[in-house]
Design a binder for this molecule. Structure first.
Ligand code: ASP
Length: 441
């Protein structure tokens, strides 16, 4: 297992069962209290006081703590993820193929999910006045991030701006794409130079990742209280509408994941991987069950390795390499989930995302699929950051946290199955004659 995978496994942000229960409790309590207020005391003066002086500040502090950590986390995860692709010199060609595969298949996944949200529009139709109120509050909370996105340029210059001319400036403006571009470039640099000193540097960057993950783990302890506050604010304003929208959102996430799992993956297996999809799903069942129950790609890695070598009979050197990296870097489910969530919340809050905004979301989600740690709840800090970047109130995240565990189980299953599909495809493209497996059913 790679160092990053080992580290991330220990530092799961939302892995703890009891914390999960507390989060769910906070979600339900906040929702219930907010609905009561919405139904019986919508105009009472004390509600405003509570929202202004108690629930909103608590939620803001929680979000700011997350924002504070997300740049070091993304940067270190992306650098380590990319540089590991060339860890073993003899596997460099496979590393490059894996990287190209990851970018293309994640691109398909994100495009599919964005198309679905645009067609089905699960977040549309909430009370526009209430949404505008919240939007204004959200803009204050993520002022720095939102200011950067408001100033962001359009069209060709937007593409040019992905390449930062000053990395410190890009970080201080929370210019996520530019920071990710730098991290990607830096990771490739680390992949190309292997001296004792770059090994130390890589270790140090892994150290940054480790610390950021640990701190996010601590911040997440505040989640139950923060979620209570978010849900209270949202449901006091939006009432029952909220529940209907939430159900539609869950439906769209599941539909998107299902299409990738049972449409795109079988096509890849059949036409590129040379494998019967039915046999593939049967032989990888154990890894799917494990991923579903742990909601962590990293925790599932040992099972995936066993399944790839024992069940799929893939060449061990390829399977080990692709799966180890894939557990952190190839996360189709996560990329799709992030895309659907950001667009859903934009619809919910009435933020009109132009084509170039959506392209921005798509690019960030593809990169975020590579940069998100394979641990339970790994996507959440990344989503908070993307929301700020497109001018959607980051509080919106409170809306989805209550249903996140279930969606996490589903997207992690797609992540893990996606890694196995990747291993199967790369094996079939890179296989030497001596590595041909026994024919499978
Ligand atoms: N739980 C996911 C995984 O481990 C990451 C995430 O999307 O939160 O693959």
């Amino acid at each position: 297992m790679t160092d990053a995978a080992e580290m991330a496994k220990e530092a799961a942000p939302i892995g703890h069962g009891k914390l999960q229960m507390r989060i769910l409790f906070g979600f339900l309590l906040g929702l219930g209290a907010g609905l009561l207020v919405h139904s019986f005391a919508a105009d009472a003066g004390w509600v405003d006081t509570v929202v202004t002086y108690v629930t909103t500040p608590i939620g803001q502090i929680f979000l700011r703590l997350l924002f504070m950590l997300v740049i070091p986390l993304l940067f270190s995860a992306l650098v380590v993820g990319i540089s590991e692709m060339g860890e073993i010199r003899s596997l460099r060609a496979i590393g490059v193929r894996t990287l190209v595969y990851t970018v293309i298949v994640s691109g398909i996944a994100v495009a599919l999910s964005l198309a679905l949200v645009n067609i089905l529009r699960p977040g549309q139709g909430v009370d526009p006045a209430a949404a505008q109120d919240l939007l204004a509050q959200g803009r204050d909370n993520a002022a720095g991030i939102v200011a950067a996105s408001a100033q962001s340029e359009m069209g060709v210059s937007q593409i040019v701006a992905i390449v930062p001319n000053n990395i410190v400036g890009a970080m201080s403006n929370n210019d996520i794409l530019a920071v990710m571009f730098f991290a990607l470039f830096f990771g490739i640099g680390l992949l190309l130079v292997s001296t004792p000193r770059t090994a130390v540097l890589k270790d140090a960057i892994e150290g940054v990742f480790e610390v950021a993950m640990r701190l996010i783990g601590i911040v997440i302890q505040l989640a139950p209280l923060a979620i209570f506050c978010f849900m209270f604010n949202l449901s006091a304003q939006f009432g029952w509408d909220l529940l209907v929208k939430l159900a539609a959102y869950v439906g769209v996430v599941l539909l998107a994941l299902g299409l990738q799992m049972f449409g795109v993956f079988p096509a890849l297996l059949k036409f590129v991987g040379g494998k019967s999809p039915v046999a593939f799903f049967r032989e990888t069942r154990e890894a799917s069950v494990m991923a579903f129950s742990t909601a962590s790609s990293n925790a599932t890695l040992p099972t995936s390795l066993r399944v790839a070598e024992g069940g799929l009979k893939l060449p061990p050197r390829i399977a080990r390499f692709v799966l180890t990296i894939g557990a952190t870097a190839n996360q189709n489910g996560t990329a799709m989930f992030e895309g659907v969530t950001v667009l859903f919340l934009a619809q919910f809050f009435g933020v009109d995302l132009s084509l170039s905004d959506q392209l921005f979301v798509m690019l960030v989600c593809i990169l975020a699929g590579i940069g998100t740690a394979g641990v339970p709840g790994g996507s959440l800090p990344v989503i908070a950051l993307i929301l700020g970047g497109v001018g959607v109130p980051p509080e919106g995240i409170g809306l989805i946290l209550g249903v996140d565990r279930f969606l996490d189980m589903c997207r992690t299953t797609l992540n893990v199955v996606g890694d196995l599909v990747c291993a199967q495809v790369i094996s079939s493209l890179s296989r030497e004659p001596s590595e041909l497996p026994e024919p499978s059913a």
